[in-house]
Design a protein around this ligand. Structure first.
Ligand code: NAP
Ligand code: GDD
Length: 330
């Protein structure tokens, strides 16, 4: 019989790619979804009849205990979080509840209901924040710069702590920024690819952006969900940094995206002070040697390929005849 996997955050970017991947591997997939007044299944519509949806919320311990009992998973991937950094300043308490304490609630549910299940925690390069060294490895000290980053540090250490306290097979994947055509519209790569497509098609003329000097290590989400799975197939639980090792600035991103459709970014990008952050993470770049060596993980899409893929997808999306509100959301 195939293995059973429970994914929290299945309606998000990573959850949808991971569900695709696990279905291909023959898994029975359960997805945890919180209640909302409008359906947000855009990213999982294509696999909706092949997965089992369970209603639960990271803020509600009982719902997690029930979901765990219903799914009886072999593997649990905790991808749910309040994941947008700027929102963590406007909603710091909610961010702490979901992104920090939510991890502990998941671990408690596993400990009580399915202690043999293997657990993946979606940790983040945001934990390195004001970086202490470059590139960043599993041993680089954390210095988070946002309530989101601080919450992720809690999630990381509570995962390590439950592994060491209770012998759970729990791993923390410290993933650098990863993107795709399914990325939320508010994150910078998608904001740029969507904005470029709108300008190219004559639907807009300007693209407001914040800090163009920030540097990130951007990869393709489809590659990163494979690393999550690989971590849970190891004999011994351990933590891994995952990233491409190549860094680009937001300015590089816009240059390439506009150039790809034959436009000059200087004629369209405007700087908006309101998009600057109270504390910025200036530079991130991964040293993923451990993941490459131990898991055999390699990225298959480079920065140029990623940007071109996202711009092409948005041009196609916005060229389609569907025009009802929300039809063009990812
Ligand atoms: P995303 O697209 O924002 O998806 C977040 C998911 O979490 C959504 O399915 C959302 O549900 C769900 N969620 C939020 N609050 C919840 C709650 N209280 N209870 C249950 N579900 C809740 O994020 P992503 O880019 O796929 O990232 C996946 C995970 O990896 C996140 O934990 C993120 O912090 C982390 N991470 C991401 C990156 C990256 O570059 N993408 C890098 C490092 C770490 P709704 O659809 O209902 O909102
Ligand atoms: N979102 C956004 N919008 N970012 C902008 C903009 C803008 O208009 N202009 C410049 N930026 C800069 C931000 O200041 C930041 O330095 C960089 O672009 C990347 O911003 P995001 O795409 O919002 O991602 P993030 O790095 O803050 O966080 C993402 O990656 C983390 C991993 O390092 C999220 O996916 C987090 O959930 C994830 O943990």
């Amino acid at each position: 019989m195939g293995k059973r996997a429970l994914i929290t955050g299945i309606t998000g970017q990573d959850g949808s790619y991971l569900a695709d991947f696990l279905l291909e591997q023959g898994y029975e997939v359960f997805g945890l979804v919180r209640r909302s007044s409008t359906l947000n299944f855009q990213r999982i519509r294509h696999i909706q009849d092949r997965i089992t949806i369970l209603s639960a919320d990271l803020l509600d311990q009982n719902s997690l205990l029930t979901a765990m009992a219903e799914a009886e998973p072999d593997e649990v991937y905790n991808l749910a979080a309040q994941s947008f950094v700027p929102t963590s300043w406007t909603q710091p308490v909610l961010t702490g509840e979901a992104t920090a304490l939510g991890v502990m609630r998941m671990l408690e549910a596993i400990k009580r209901v399915t202690p043999k299940a293997r657990f993946y925690q979606a940790s983040s390069s945001e934990m390195f924040g004001k970086v202490r060294e470059s590139p960043q490895t599993e041993r680089t000290p954390f210095y988070p710069r946002s309530p989101y980053g601080v919450a992720k540090v809690y999630g990381h250490w509570i995962t390590v702590n439950y592994r060491e306290s209770y012998g759970l097979f729990a791993v923390s994947g410290i993933l650098f920024n990863h993107e795709s055509p399914r990325r939320g519209l508010e994150f910078v790569t998608r904001k740029v690819s969507y904005g470029v497509a709108r300008i190219k098609l004559g639907l807009a003329t300007e693209l407001p952006l914040g800090n163009l000097d920030a540097k990130r290590d951007w990869g393709f989400a489809g590659d990163y969900v494979r690393a999550m799975w690989q971590m849970l197939q190891e004999e011994v639980p351990s933590d891994y940094v995952v990233g491409t090792g190549v860094q680009h600035s937001v300015r590089d991103l816009i240059e390439l995206a506009f150039e790809h459709v034959g436009l000059d970014w200087r004629e369209h990008v405007v700087q908006d002070e309101r998009l600057l952050r109270p504390a910025e993470v200036d530079t991130l770049v991964a040293d993923a040697s451990k993941a490459r060596r131990q898991l055999g993980w390699e990225p298959t899409v480079d920065f140029d390929g990623l940007v071109r893929m996202m711009v092409d997808a948005d041009v196609e999306l916005l060229s389609s005849p569907r025009s009802e509100p929300g039809a063009h959301d990812p």
